[in-house]
Design a protein around this ligand. Structure first.
Ligand code: FES
Length: 72
């Protein structure tokens, strides 16, 4: 699914960009991909998707830590 039509950025491209360790934060990801730099209509949705991805990763990571702590 496209997040930014103007720059042909899909949700998958966003996910890949978030995995890139050279990217510091969500603002850097959006800037590097050019998301929101044309019409700008995608920007809020793109930020929401990145926040959702970030929080779901934190949840998984937290669950892994908690399960490893409990099993010891
Ligand atoms: S849809 Fe992203 S800048 Fe236009």
């Amino acid at each position: 699914m496209y997040v930014c039509i103007c720059h042909a950025i899909t949700e998958e491209k966003l996910k890949e960009a978030m995995k890139d360790t050279s990217t510091v934060n969500s603002r850097d990801v959006l800037k590097r991909l050019g998301v929101g730099e044309s019409c700008g209509i995608c920007l809020i949705e793109a930020i929401n998707r990145i926040e959702t991805m970030t929080h779901s990763n934190e949840t998984v990571f937290s669950a892994q830590i908690n399960s490893s702590t409990v099993s010891k």
